[in-house]
Design a binder for this molecule. Sequence first.
Ligand code: XMP
Length: 326
Amino acid sequence: SWTMPNYIDEAVKKIREQVGNDEVILGLSGGVDSSVAAALIHRAIGSQLTCVFVDHGLLRLNEGDMVMDMFARGLGVKVIRVDARDQFMGHLAGVTDPEAKRKIIGREFVEVFQAEAQKLPAAKWLAQGTIYPDVIESAGAKTKKAHAIKSHHNVGGLPETLNLQLLEPLRDLFKDEVRELGVALGLSHEMVYRHPFPGPGLGVRILGEVKAEYAELLQRADAIFIEELRNTVDEHSGKTWYDLTSQAFAVFLPVKSVGVMGDGRTYEWVVALRAVVTSDFMTAHWAELPYSLLGRVSNRIINEVRGLNRVVYDVSGKPPATIEWE
Ligand code: XMP
């Protein structure tokens, strides 16, 4: 009969048969799919797996430390952390067009990953956290592309030029199954039930030109929002507002507005909060968060993040708006 422990045993056996004594590399993003793939492959082949984590400076607050804590220290996975912040910021300087920004981030990611892969000449396999819905999606990619509003970039899009064989142990699994597998492999509930995060990261949540200074303000505002969502329980359902929303984040608006603090005038940046409820991310409703929660988040952001003096809440559905602002 089908049980998760049996499934893990089977999957581990299959991975061992497939790769033998070869070395494997994997791009670890901190997202659910690549994390579960890393945990599973590590269970199968241990130190034959090397993960590459690229910090492009457009991740959530402390994301890099969290990934290193969980994988390197927690599970004993070999992880190479690449600090590519300056490289990404350099290429993004002066660029304001959303599609151009996405292309640059996607291209630089491949570049950095490739450079790291070349330092591991023994690697014969490229592992990816491709899941069943991704397989379906790329089968229909031709028709889909014609209708796509945004070009999507994520860690999955590495080129064939790496000359590696693909190892995709999650190819038959749906998202729910991937999450269950992650928990069974020892990943925390918090990590496995995270909201999705776009490949270009904060690059598409800082409107217009991306600057390190903006990214830092946004990371701090976003972390406060997420913390309050996680800590606030809805009394009707008994669930946290983090679990009641499908995706929630802050957006940096390159607009200054006037405020007052003490007996001084301020002239600082604005952030928008976005929280949506959706089953498929194709359409979405803005989340009816309690006013008390919104008020707490706003107060904390303005009091704790110097440089921000105004917070607004996005009440746009998809369609006509998209979930991300770029
Ligand atoms: P939109 O903004 O199109 O987003 O309503 C729908 C979902 O897709 C995510 N998204 C991305 N994910 N690379 C990704 O991996 C991307 O370039 C990208 N753009 C949007 C978005 O966060 C939402 O969950």
